[in-house]
Design a protein around this ligand. Sequence first.
Ligand SMILES: C[S@@+](CC[C@H](N)C(=O)[O-])C[C@H]1O[C@@H](n2cnc3c(N)ncnc32)[C@H](O)[C@@H]1O
Length: 364
Amino acid sequence: MFLALKSSLLLSGFYPRRPSQRRVQGMPKATQNGAAAAEPAGLQGSYVQTNLGLVGRLNEFRNLFRIWGRHATTNRIRHDLEDVRAHELEISALLGAPVAGLRLLEIGPGQQLTQLAYFGTKNDVVGIDLDVIMQRLDLRSCLRTLKQNGWLRTCKTVGRKLARIDAHARKELASQLGQAVPNLRVLQMDATKMFFPDNHFDVVFSLCTFEHLPNPAAVVSEIRRVLKPGGVMFIGLHLFTCDSGCHDLRILAGQRGDLPYWAHLRPEHERKIRPNSYVNRLRLAHWVRIFQSNMPGCRVEAVCCDTSELSRLELSKLRSQGELMDYSDDELLAYGVNAVWRKPPQDKSRRLDLQDLAKDLSET
Ligand SMILES: C[S@@+](CC[C@H](N)C(=O)[O-])C[C@H]1O[C@@H](n2cnc3c(N)ncnc32)[C@H](O)[C@@H]1O
């Protein structure tokens, strides 16, 4: 009985990583008038609470285990650390200084905390997440998770802890960092309404989170507020229009079977998709607009998966049949989007609430 329970709980709630990336120059032409994104739904409890049914959920667990089980840990952490070091170089170039001794915020660090731990070895870091991030398995944390994020998130997290997947990952992370994983502060907070003061952080960082936000523009405006003048933002997100952008884990686990390529963008195949989390369905042009309208001069670039030869072949076949004509090749083949911005040194942003507004009016 215990074994059955343990094996059903053995499954991780981790999120698949982005493959190595290279840049796609410029903005794809077909996305400049990108179709409107679907109306964002609110996040209820946790971004993983999608309705998959029992069989779909069991398949999801199997695929999560393929992607995030212990056997995959070493490579996953190596890959994550390579990526975060590359992002660190970009941040450092914009800051004009090393990313060390700084105050850094990560939005949506998720269950694994690899990037937060990396930056935490040499900076004062804090993570915020809508989910309760349970760093230790104890009754209080379980009850908090259950209350805040519901049974599914709680089962996934408790399952990982019981199966010692988290403990193994932490040991591997320490070994690859070459030092103990620092104590990490992760607050349960909605990024659209941060509790931090204005002009507070030197760096704001986020990976694979913005595609899950119902209202990313509100988060962008909060980032602008909490960044210090001269501070730097780095956001990496998974692009909805790429083949895996629908977040069907069969694709990410290499188990797509006969699932057609870009099924989520092709009306006749859309119903075959089983997304495991809420995604806002925004296209590249939307991201460009959201970032650049809040952050003038923000660099927003599509980044491309370097293993896309098969996708290219599929794409040319579909194109010859007249399919996916509303999307540019780059938009379909790019895996993600990076948005990088340095807040101008003279920009002292603050949140305008009604009291501020009244004060501003009385002063003018
Ligand atoms: C896919 S995970 C990303 C995990 C991690 N950054 C990574 O790259 O592995 C997305 C995270 O964003 C969090 N999230 C979603 N909406 C949020 C919000 N409004 N405020 C803060 N965190 C949010 C989710 O709870 C989840 O942990």
